[in-house]
Ligand binder design. Structure first.
Ligand code: A3P
Length: 346
């Protein structure tokens, strides 16, 4: 583990173990086709339009977005049974946009008075065990976990704005959304799946086509981003819209913004004693990637934790697609986001 250049003892150590913080045993993958299983809402799901080109998954069009079949019961569960609390904090993203990083940062900010940096939960638990996905919780009938969390709760999902239940959209709870250049999202998603299922022959070119059509998991990415972008303009008190690229370029500024938004601003004393730097260091790609738990452990849906830490850079698309492909995807992005004020630099 890299050594932070700041004193590690400025925060109290947690004396008691938090029972809600423990590694999750792997459960059956929710990403695979549901035909074999006894899945809630199976009849409805099997009646939805189908996409099978992103091998080996079967995606279905649910309320305007393409989902892995097994994830849809979790989304319906959120829609039907989730009860928002006014001080909930929700991290929301399109998959592969920096969710793991944002989970780590937000968790560290919210809990900085509870844990010291030498015995921090992120040193022994995956960020996905510290902040769990609502779709998986509700898909596995574990909602009592959500109820058992003390407020303010920190939760996460990939659900698009238009699919969120009213209890979230109309409550006082706050939403932090992170987006990323779609080119890097595609590259990240393709490698994730390639490393998860090494024997599945999904070529990058094939993935590129499906992604450009908006028919990859959770797609179309542009609609997902745009919905949250528009809401963040309309209700900046409720939505904080972050960009992966800006968080990389200006971590301090973004961390301050995030802390203020979730009502945990840094004090002058904390600024002086380097607490922001400690959190940035703790949650850095290099630090998290090298931890045993993230190198060896296995998390939800049998996904090895290390798959969430690949390169962690901006612009890896340059190593994976031709300039023509990049221009085509950029053109689609420009067209879809035209006039909304949101752009991705080239
Ligand atoms: P790459 O595949 O481009 O490396 P998500 O968490 O939404 O699944 O996104 C995963 C992407 O975020 C991966 O991108 C991963 O390497 C990157 N990532 C994970 N942890 C990170 C961190 N602490 N800092 C920066 N990027 C991180």
């Amino acid at each position: 583990m890299a050594t932070p250049p700041y004193p590690l003892n400025c925060l109290k150590e947690e004396k008691h173990e938090d029972p809600t913080l423990k590694p999750r045993s792997s459960s059956a993958s929710l990403f695979f086709p549901i035909e074999e299983g006894d899945t809630p809402h199976k009849e409805l799901i099997l009646s939805l339009p189908k996409e099978t080109r992103w091998l080996p998954y079967v995606l279905r069009l649910y309320e305007g977005f393409w989902w892995w079949e097994g994830i849809i019961p979790g989304i319906i569960g959120i829609q039907q049974r989730f009860k928002a609390r006014p001080n909930d904090i929700l991290i929301i993203s399109f998959p592969k946009s920096g969710t793991t990083w944002l989970k780590s940062l937000t968790f560290s900010i919210m809990n900085r008075h509870k844990y010291g940096f030498t015995n921090h939960p992120l040193l022994r638990l995956s960020p996905h065990d510290c902040v769990r996905f609502l779709e998986l919780i509700y898909g596995q009938g574990e909602e009592s976990y959500v109820e058992s969390l003390t407020s303010p709760r920190l939760l996460c999902c990939h659900t698009p704005y238009s699919c969120l239940p009213d209890c979230i959209t109309t409550s006082e709870c706050r939403i932090v959304y992170v987006c990323r250049d779609p080119k890097d999202v595609l590259v990240s998603a393709w490698y994730m799946d390639k490393n998860y299922m090494p024997n599945v022959p999904l070529s990058f070119n094939q993935a590129f086509e499906v992604f450009c059509e908006g028919r990859s998991g959770a797609g179309p990415i542009w609609d997902h981003i745009l919905q949250y972008w528009n809401e963040s303009l309309r209700r900046p008190d409720k939505f904080l819209f972050l960009k992966y690229e800006e968080m990389m370029a200006e971590p301090h500024q973004n961390l301050r913004k995030l802390a203020e938004f979730i009502r945990c601003p840094f004090s002058e004393e904390e600024e002086k004693t380097g607490v922001i730097e400690q959190i940035i260091e703790l949650c850095s790609f290099k630090n998290l990637k090298e931890l045993d738990v993230n190198k060896k452990g296995e998390g939800f849906s049998n996904i090895e934790n290390e798959l969430f830490f690949r390169k962690g850079v901006v612009g890896d698309w340059k190593n994976n697609m031709s300039p023509e492909m990049a221009e085509r995807l950029d053109e689609i992005t420009r067209e879809k986001l035209h006039g909304c004020g949101l752009t991705f630099s080239r």
